[in-house]
Every structure is written in C-alpha cells, then in structure tokens.
Write a protein that binds this ligand. Structure first.
Ligand code: ADP
Length: 350
C-alpha cells in the first residue's frame, strides 16, 4: 500500500481519483437527517429550509466555509434534494470569464441550486457579474463588440447560490455580504466519524468492527473524507488477508503500512515538523517550508497546518512557523537549548 490515493498525498484532497469521486457520490447524505454531526449548522439549515418551504421561495444564498472533506459539497447536494430542485455544479477555477456563467445561470429553474466550489478562486470580473444575479435575479449580457456593442438585460429564475470555500478570508467583503447564510464547518469529533464510518459500512457492505472503527476515527484528523479513505484501503487489506471484516489487527497493519501514526500524522506532516526541527524549531517562512516538503503553500495552510496547530505541534509567529516542545517530543527530537525569544516561546508552549 502507498500513502498516495488518487494522485494527492494521503491527507490532501488534490486530484481525487475517479473511484474516489464515485464513492463520494455514493456516500453523500441524501437529507439533512442523514448528515452526521455539525449540530448547530444542521439546526440553522433546518430552520432556513422550513421557512423557505413555508414561503414557497428559494433558500437564501448560502456560503459554507471550512477545510476540505468536511461535507460542504454534500450539503449543497442535500439542500437541492430537500428543496426538490436540481443542482448545477461548477467551481471558481473553472469560470474564467463572465460569459462562462451565462449558460449556467440561464439554465437554472426556479428554486434550483448553483453550487460553486472553491468560490474564493473566482476571478474578480466573474464575482462582480454574479452580484446582480444574486441580488436582482438578472444579468447584463453584452452583445457584439466595439461601437455596435449593446447590453441586454436577462431575467433569471429565482435560484440559490451555494458557495464553498476553504479560504473564507480571501473572499471580498461585498461578495461575502451577499450571502444571507454563512456557515462554518468544524472538524468532527471521533464519535461522529465513527457514525459516518458505520453508515458507509452499511451502504458499501464493508463490515467494520467497532474498535477498528474507533481506531480509524482517531487517525482521521477530524475529516470524514479521510475516515472513508482509510476504511476503503483497509477493506482491500481485509479482503487480501481473507478476513470477513475490518478488525483491529487489520486496522493496525494497514494504518502502519500507509505511514500514518497514532495521531493520524502522515509522512508529509513529519517532514514538515522535521524541517522545522532541523532549523532548531523555527522560525521558518511558509514559502521555505513548502519548498522543503514539496507541497504548495496553499495546501500546507489549508490542509496540513490546521491539524498540527490543533495538536499544539505548530505555532504561527510573525516571523514564521515554529515547532513546539510537544512536536519535538512527538518526533523524539532533543529540544535545543535556547536563549532570547525562542526560549520564551518554548517555555510558554510547554
Ligand atoms: P467537501 O466538499 O467539504 O470537500 P464532501 O461533501 O465532498 O466534502 O465530503 C467528503 C466525503 O465525506 C463524502 O463522501 C461525504 O459523503 C462524506 N461526509 C462528509 N461529511 C459528512 C457528514 N456530516 N455525514 C456523512 N457523510 C459525510
């Protein structure tokens, strides 16, 4: 087994393979009641759905924020199902000019959902073009060019824009303000990940023992997509070892083979911590760190660092990233004797 799945590193969502996309589709919760956890968010959405249904109006525009794999796409799909509409899907990087949006917007029927993933990556011109679509349900299309150019106002069916972003801070304030509902998804506690895994076990017919499910959930960094990826890899191992279920032994063997440790850290996390430790703990800029481990700055910031920060292994300072005392201990490295600023830093983070 390798730590790569569909081209990205183990944890990273980049380049989801076709097989993984198929699984994602098969496992997507079909209704809000099937969506596990995120109780506050579910309660808010349930009120919004009921109110919109009562008024026979489309839902307000919704923005979902949070790291990859937490369920933003699933929510967009289940909202369409809950509202009895269709969903059209695109993403920030796929829409390079306003004219790319015209086809999508004019195909929307009343109450449909337009889901735009990675919405923070929309070019500014496309974003501004969306403003009138979101507010007035109309767009101005330019016909012809040069002196003959004229503008034609097209009225749209009332629709709901659902945006998903891993980088809420990159959205322009006027754009963000046009979403009536903004919800942030949080990493899932272990019990929720176990529930997600058990649901997948039933849907995919993969027997998973409870203690194995618990061990998988503990190594999933709070991210359902990682839980489900691990489960699929372990299913392969259980099959090859001729076991009727994913048991604890299969779980430990498989997880070790994938290079994942007890906390869910993979090789790239360790390389990242090692790069900091080799430099005496820090302080290393993001650019340098990205070059050291061969990942993009964006992926490090969005996918890897949040978990290391949550574990208390990493600290962001104005002068760069720092490995904490806990990180040195986890990596079995000796804490350097220091003076000045950094001694203080280690002292405080002990
Ligand atoms: P995102 O769009 O945030 O990257 P997805 O919606 O694609 O995440 O979710 C990734 C996978 O995890 C999908 O297979 C989805 O079914 C599953 N998943 C995510 N959140 C939940 C949840 N709360 N309950 C059940 N399954 C979930």
């Amino acid at each position: 087994m390798t730590g790569k799945d569909g081209g990205g590193t183990w944890t990273s969502p980049d380049n989801l393979g076709q097989q993984e996309q198929d699984f994602d589709r098969a496992l997507r919760p079909k209704s809000l009641s099937e969506f596990v956890g995120q109780d506050r968010l579910r309660a808010n959405l349930s009120v919004a759905i009921e109110a919109a249904r009562g008024r026979e109006e489309p839902l307000d525009h919704i923005l979902f924020c949070g790291p990859p794999g937490l369920g933003k796409t699933s929510l967009a799909f289940l909202l369409a199902a809950e509202m009895g509409g269709d969903i059209l899907v695109s993403s920030g990087p796929a829409l390079s000019s306003p004219k790319d949006l015209v086809g999508l917007l004019t195909r929307l029927e009343r109450g449909d959902i337009l889901f735009l993933d990675e919405i923070h990556r929309l070019p500014r011109s496309v974003e501004e073009f969306l403003y009138s679509a979101m507010e007035d349900q109309a767009i101005d299309v330019t016909l012809d060019q040069g002196p003959a150019a004229r503008s034609l106002r097209l009225h749209l069916n009332p629709f709901t824009l659902v945006g998903a972003t891993t980088r809420e801070g990159l959205l322009a304030a006027p754009f963000r303000a046009r979403f009536g509902i903004v919800e942030r998804l949080e990493p899932y506690p272990v019990a929720d990940l176990v529930a997600i895994l058990q649901r997948a076990s039933v849907l995919l017919g993969i027997e998973t023992d409870f203690d194995a499910a618990d061990a998988i959930a503990h190594r999933s960094r709070g991210v359902p997509r990682i839980t489900l990826r691990l489960q699929r890899r372990l299913r392969d191992l259980a099959q090859v070892r001729k076991r009727s279920s994913i048991d604890l032994q299969i779980c430990h063997e498989g997880i070790r083979a994938l290079g994942i440790d007890d906390l869910g850290l993979e090789n790239l996390d360790r390389e990242l911590l090692q790069a900091l430790i080799q430099r005496g703990g820090g302080q290393v800029g993001l650019k340098t760190l990205a070059a050291c481990v061969g990942e993009s700055e964006d992926t490090l910031e969005v996918v890897y660092e949040p978990y290391l920060l949550r574990l208390g292994f990493l600290s962001r300072t104005p002068r760069g990233r720092v490995a904490t005392r806990k990180a040195f201990e986890h990596m079995g490295a000796e804490l350097p004797t220091r003076d000045g600023d950094q001694a203080d830093l280690y002292g405080r983070q002990a």
